[in-house]
Design a protein. Structure first.
Lengths: 290, 292
């Protein structure tokens, strides 16, 4: 049957309020990501350390279980700031792996398929577009970083005596800002890579490489110029320094320390460069040369 | 049919093959691949990987150009050893080979141009060997040039002491050993990445696993160590690094030494096996651009 006449009608459903429109992108992107069975498996596996750490907290607070498991009374299972620093170190590494897998197609798909002009011709600004895509990674990475860390903190508070929680409430601060610092850094780097590299394989390689190759350059700088400033190129290392300092524990990373202010400035510079790259790349028009 | 007859048959069959024609095709493919790898904007970061340490050593040369004493010469020899053993072998060469060799076939798949090569009158095995040798020539050219640059800038600032160390001392021998390490590293990593790119749609994940594998092999049994490229390369290092600390020690530790010739032959055999496997595998390869 030939279709020769179509009637198009105005959308009569409920409109999403202006300020929440960017999260429509987030909702669809998360749905697409969770359709991938491999990603879902990785996401679920990243909760395994949470269970291990929770079991540790449980054993540390249960005398009967400790005696049944033959832990001597001399063995002290402490849940202190170092415990949370280690937990966040593990989870931020897993967050990096998840980002490597999830991020490459977030923006590149829209650019290669010419969808960006369509998005930006609607009442959605470029900043909102970036915020929507950023929220995809932020939501997923929050689920494996600060949310379980806070749950562990309150689990420990609930299982231990009532005097434990209040003196340790200050740890909510470093848990939140260290996690958000890493989430912001990873998300911006990944979005910039996704915007500039068209192919998933290359984008994934470049995100992975950004955390592996610059530390190599830093090592060469350190070796030839006999300095520690090369460590500033090691984003993972300087984040670890900030993280451990946030919990008031000295970081034994094996490399020379760099001043905290320099580490913060470096992370800020990287974030600004990523925003600049996104600003240049995300445009409502496309120039086709050829 | 006895063994003599069958071997004579095999020899006569081998003689009948058009080796000259195939070598010509391989030369053409090599030339095309070298041009494609060396002179494209996309390959800029391979140049960066190769030449960033040269720039840093040049900076050192400009910064502290006064002649130094013997202790400083030894210090810089150790620094050069660190650059090559940690940076080039573990990172620079690894990622450059990942970029160059996975792009040989997977790149053409992504760009949807592989069918032109498959439809031309070239045997697929010849295609694999030609492309592989082209990639190898590119990697060797870039990284040997970078090695030369690092070597020059490290020793030139010592003036006559530096040239005496290079030409009358162990310097030239060390440079030869490092050049061999770089060439064999490119061969080994190149073969592995070529194989991975034919096996996997996205070779980055297995590449990352390979990086982990190359790091942990010193603590594994010898039979498993022989399945890593760095096991052979470590045997050829002319300078032992003085006590890297902690986990970095894993990168230089040499659990069971091998004679140099055995290490070099071992790596060549390992690479040859992987290339032969790739030749076999590519015969079964079908192009499905829609899924790539």
């Amino acid at each position: 049957m030939a279709v020769y006449k179509r009637h198009y009608e105005w959308y009569r459903g409920r409109l999403t309020p202006q300020r929440w429109r960017s999260f429509v992108l987030t909702r669809y992107a998360i749905r697409d990501l969770l359709r991938s069975r491999f990603f879902l498996a990785c996401f679920v596996l990243s909760f395994v350390p949470v269970l291990i750490f929770a079991a540790y907290v449980f054993i540390a607070n249960n005398n009967l279980l400790r005696s049944l498991l033959s832990f001597g009374s001399m063995v002290r299972l402490a849940v202190e700031p170092k415990f949370f620093a280690i937990f966040l170190s593990v989870q931020t590494f897993l967050a990096f792996l998840l980002t490597c897998w999830a991020a490459p197609t977030l923006v590149s798909g829209d650019i290669t398929n010419g969808a960006l002009p369509l998005f930006l011709s609607r009442p959605l600004s470029r900043a909102e577009y970036v915020a929507g895509k950023f929220a995809v990674l932020a939501t997923l990475l929050s689920c494996i970083t600060w949310v379980p860390a806070l749950l562990l903190l309150f689990l420990q508070g609930g299982l231990s005596n009532s005097r434990w929680l209040f003196p340790h409430l200050w740890m909510i601060g470093p848990i939140l800002w260290c996690s958000w610092l890493w989430i912001a850094l990873l998300s911006l780097l990944a979005l910039a890579a996704s915007a500039w590299v068209k192919w998933r394989m290359l984008a994934m390689g470049s995100i992975f490489g950004m955390f592996i190759i610059p530390p190599g350059f830093g090592g060469v700088l350190n070796a030839t110029l006999h300095t520690n400033w090369g460590n500033l190129l090691n984003l993972s290392y300087i984040f670890q320094e900030i993280l451990w300092a946030g919990f008031g524990v000295s970081y034994q990373g094996g490399l020379g320390a760099v001043p905290q202010s320099a580490a913060w400035l470096m992370l800020l510079a990287v974030a600004l460069v990523c925003l600049g790259l996104l600003q240049v790349r995300l445009r409502a028009f496309e120039v086709v040369r050829g | 049919m006895n063994i003599r007859e069958s071997s004579a048959r095999l020899v006569s069959r081998m003689r009948e093959q058009p080796w000259g024609f195939w070598s010509g095709q391989i030369a053409v493919l090599m030339r095309r691949e070298v041009g494609r790898q060396l002179f494209t904007r996309r390959r800029m970061w391979v140049y960066l990987l190769a030449f960033a340490p040269v720039l840093i050593t040049a900076l050192n040369f400009i910064d502290r150009s006064t002649p130094k004493d013997t202790a400083a010469l030894q210090d810089d020899t150790q620094a050069l050893a660190g650059i090559i053993q940690f940076y080039y072998v573990r990172l620079g060469l690894f990622f450059a080979c990942m970029s160059i060799f996975t792009w040989l076939f997977r790149g053409e798949m992504v760009e949807r141009t592989l069918h032109y090569s498959f439809l031309s009158a070239v045997r697929r095995e010849v295609l694999v060997v030609g492309k592989f040798l082209g990639g190898l020539a590119t990697a060797i050219l870039l990284f040997e040039a970078a090695l030369l640059g690092c070597f020059y800038f490290i020793y030139v600032r010592f003036g006559s002491a530096g040239s005496a160390y290079v030409f009358q001392g162990p310097g030239l021998r060390q440079m030869g050993a490092y050049a061999l390490v770089i060439a064999l590293g490119a061969l080994g990593y190149g073969a592995v990445f070529l194989g991975l790119s034919l096996l996997f749609k996205n070779p980055i994940v297995p590449g990352a696993l390979l990086l982990g594998w190359e790091t942990i092999t010193p603590i594994l049994p010898r039979s498993l160590q022989m399945l890593s490229v760095t096991f052979y390369l470590k045997q050829l290092y002319p300078v032992r690094l003085a006590g890297p600390s902690g986990i970095l020690n894993l990168l230089t530790v040499l659990p069971e030494p091998l004679p140099s010739y055995a290490a070099a032959c071992g790596l060549v055999c390992f690479a040859a096996l992987v290339v032969v496997f790739s030749c076999y595998w590519i015969r079964k390869t079908e192009i499905t651009y829609t899924t790539d």
